[in-house]
Design a protein around this ligand. Structure first.
Ligand SMILES: [Mn+2]
Length: 431
């Protein structure tokens, strides 16, 4: 029985979180011998969080990294040795499994880690004094100190180095609830590896920290392929569809399963989020079919649900420009020119002039901070299929094929996709 983590990319969006949730549901049905745990490796934006909260599910937990930890190799001990027990109690245990260390308690509280060295040292000390060992000592009397401690979340490599450089045979492990277990040198012979499935991404630099130390056992994705080399053969489900949630839905179907209504709604949410209610040019026929089937399983009207989802999206006027732009900002290098394009979704562009100057100023700050030549912010009205574009001052601005509606601000009717519509025009200008 093992644990397999399923994670989306950094700066998780709806598709990343929802596809991880849905794929874990499917895999727990398909493979009950293992436990599939959906996680996210970054913090949620306010609008993503508020949409997920409406779903009334356990939102995949945040996990900072996937490096092996002390917790992964920690031991527990069945026998409870008390500091006031006689050494004969310990002798009986040694005769059975000769452990190199045994945790010792004092009235149920952890007292210290008794090492085989404590026993040898005590015996040698007594014998060298030419004493005959006539009375059996209590455990506490042969322990010279209470040993060293380590946190359960300490990195495996750090704890290993600590133990190797110390004369100790073991370390007591503590977590937020107090004593959690112990580790001995033997625990560090082999580095444990977490098993991970990547959804909605496949490049390691977009993945959870420490992914290079993990075993990647599967990939479900709709992006370009730039995956890292794996040790084992793995399953890859990749197609250029509008969302990873569509691919997860198709895996349900391929395995003759139907997602339950809640899971269907979660998958629909990711699908609608990535395809902007099926209006983005990245949308394929398969996304349209999946969206309608998922909506009928979930018992919602697809269009209405999509609109209600985006109504949770906060207007840019009330958001903090820096975090709004940074929440979805991508950088590209074209012909030696470094450019950046952010995208924000809104439900109306009527209030654009109220915040455009603030956002233009912040965009210029972001451009300088990232060392970019040219930066853009695409503000997309998902309801009316219309975008506005704010650019930093650059000589290429005048060659953009859009109507200027202000200083370095442009009108882009029917433009929804950064990747498929805006980026090609920008590359064209650069060329
Ligand atoms: Mn996606």
């Amino acid at each position: 029985m093992g644990t397999i983590y399923i994670t989306g990319h950094k700066n998780p969006d709806l598709d990343s979180v929802c596809s991880a949730y849905g794929y874990a549901k499917l895999m727990n049905l398909q493979d009950p011998d293992n436990t599939y745990v959906p996680i996210r490796c970054g913090h949620l934006s306010d609008s993503t969080r508020s949409i997920l909260e409406q779903l009334d599910i356990d939102i995949p937990a945040y996990r900072r990294d996937i490096f092996p930890k002390v917790r992964d190799v920690m031991l527990s001990y069945d026998h409870k040795i008390d500091a006031d027990d006689l050494l004969t109690v310990v002798a009986a245990i040694y005769e059975k499994d000769s452990p190199s260390a045994i945790p010792v308690f004092e009235n149920n509280d952890f007292y210290g880690l008794l090492s085989v060295d404590d026993i040898t040292n005590w015996t040698m000390r007594e014998l060298s004094r030419d004493n005959k060992i006539t009375t059996i000592p209590k455990v506490r009397h042969i322990m010279t100190d209470q040993g060293m401690r380590v946190e359960a979340d300490e990195l495996f490599d750090d704890a290993k180095a600590l133990l190797q450089s110390s004369p100790k045979r073991g370390l007591a492990v503590f977590d937020e609830n107090g004593y959690a277990g112990y580790v001995t040198r033997r625990c560090f012979l082999k580095t444990p590896k977490h098993s991970v499935i990547l959804v909605d991404h496949n490049e390691s630099r977009q993945s959870i920290q420490g992914i290079e130390t993990a075993n990647i056992v599967g990939i479900v994705d709709h992006h370009r392929l730039d995956a890292i080399k794996t040790d084992q053969p793995i399953s890859i489900y990749a197609e250029p569809l509008g969302s990873t949630c569509t691919l997860v839905y198709q895996q349900f179907i391929r395995n003759n399963r139907t997602p339950d209504p809640v899971t269907a709604k979660v998958l629909l949410t990711g699908l609608i989020g990535d395809t902007l209610i099926l209006k983005s040019p990245t949308t394929t026929g398969e996304d349209v079919v999946a969206a309608h089937v998922l909506a009928s399983i979930a018992g919602v009207d697809m269009e209405q649900y999509g609109l209600s989802m985006f109504s949770h999206v906060e207007g840019l006027k009330s958001r903090e420009p820096k975090s709004a732009i940074a929440s979805d900002f991508k950088t590209y290098t074209e012909k030696g020119l470094k450019i950046g394009i952010g995208q924000c979704e809104v439900t109306t562009l009527n209030d654009l002039k109220d915040y455009a100057d603030d956002y233009a100023r912040t965009l210029e700050e972001i451009r300088t901070a990232h060392g970019l030549d040219w930066a853009h912010l695409m503000i997309t009205d998902v309801i009316h299929e219309h975008s506005a574009l704010i650019c930093t001052k650059y000589k290429g601005n005048r060659y953009l094929p859009y109507k200027a509606i202000g200083v370095n601000i442009y009108d882009m009717p029917h433009v929804m996709s950064r990747k498929k519509q805006l980026l090609p025009e920008i590359i064209h200008v650069i060329e």
